[in-house]
Design a protein around this ligand. Sequence first.
Ligand SMILES: NC(=O)c1ccc[n+]([C@@H]2O[C@H](COP(=O)([O-])OP(=O)(O)OC[C@H]3O[C@@H](n4cnc5c(N)ncnc54)[C@H](OP(=O)(O)O)[C@@H]3O)[C@@H](O)[C@H]2O)c1
Length: 246
Amino acid sequence: MKEVGGTMQALVVGAGGGIGSAVADRWGRDPRFSSVWTVSRQQRPGHGAEGTIQPLLTRHTEEDIAAISKRVLEESESLSRIVIALGTLHGPSYGPEKSLEALRQTSMQEVYRVNCILPMLWLAALASGLRKSPDCRIAVLSARVGSIGDNALGGWYSYRSAKAALNMGLRSASIELARRAKGVKLMAFHPGTVDTALSEPFQRGVPEGKLFEPDFVATRLDELLDGHVANGELSYLDWEGKTIPW
Ligand SMILES: NC(=O)c1ccc[n+]([C@@H]2O[C@H](COP(=O)([O-])OP(=O)(O)OC[C@H]3O[C@@H](n4cnc5c(N)ncnc54)[C@H](OP(=O)(O)O)[C@@H]3O)[C@@H](O)[C@H]2O)c1
């Protein structure tokens, strides 16, 4: 059932990316929400503090993460939705590895940092304030390629293993939160292949109709969050709402 009256509050971490931005835009237009905090390294072009959107800049240091989390938790009466949409697959000096020989310490560290360490640090900083939350639904952007059971193709060592590590961190968090914050629902979400900067170099082989617009995925994620109440468990779901094997 959809809430009415503009009482919900949300936080999107990584609101400058394709998917994070689409989620923030969707919630920014949604009359159910009274505030939508957006956290990014950059001021989103054309997006200031308009309407319900409250933009916050970050460098993702531990001090930043602690300070922003504290501020949002204090200023929001109760967060209803959190999306953590951080991730990287390629950069100027790295990309998904096709062979063991391609592994490099610096690129592995960066891919682990953005896909696993930062999302877990954000979750950790926010969790302490969610103890009394009656209903907070959290989605962290994972990926199907982080599934060990689903890995039939190999390759993409850093990205795959960073997402697998993220999934494990989220699993432990869901067990801890089931004791400490019973109103919290945790979801590891696979959005499908989405037309963003992250997937751009790898879109050529995507079957027709399977390259999604960020708005479509934001809608699916919003609907999935609406449909999942706290049950003490981590759900690992794709954009269709289907469970992905670990
Ligand atoms: N696109 C796909 O096909 C696809 C498929 C499966 C899973 N995913 C996952 O979906 C999530 C969102 O990806 P996207 O497709 O929206 O990609 P995107 O447009 O490239 O956005 C990347 C996001 O990661 C953040 N980020 C990137 N590099 C960073 C760094 N060095 N330090 C801190 N933050 C950094 C960005 O934050 P700022 O707001 O600061 O820019 C942005 O929120 C990721 O977790 C990705 O793995 C995407």
